[in-house]
Design a protein. Structure first.
Length: 93
């Protein structure tokens, strides 16, 4: 076969393949099924990070099991923190 025939047959085969694939529908494959969003999220600590992954805050527990909230500046220095009282707060009336 000459070069002109090869080009012509290639174009005809690609056109035929495009037409056949257009009219034959195949069920699309999904990599994984979609899951519903969680109604509850639980963890021992939640870390607040910026878009580069640098931590700026934390909500969690200290070594004694007390609840803490901590905020940090860009250098990692703690600029504000609080610790929850282990006893429930009394309501004064």
């Amino acid at each position: 076969m000459n070069r002109q025939s090869n080009i012509g047959l290639s174009l005809a085969a690609s056109l035929l393949g495009g037409l056949v694939s257009h009219y034959i529908s195949v069920k699309p494959l999904l990599a994984q099924s979609q899951t519903a969003p969680a109604k509850e999220v639980s963890a021992q600590a939640f870390i607040l990070v910026n878009d580069k992954g640098v931590p700026f805050g934390m909500f969690g527990f200290d070594a004694e099991g007390n609840t803490i909230i901590r905020l940090q500046d860009r250098s990692g220095k703690v600029i504000w923190s609080t610790k929850a009282s282990p006893r429930p707060l009394a309501i004064s009336r």
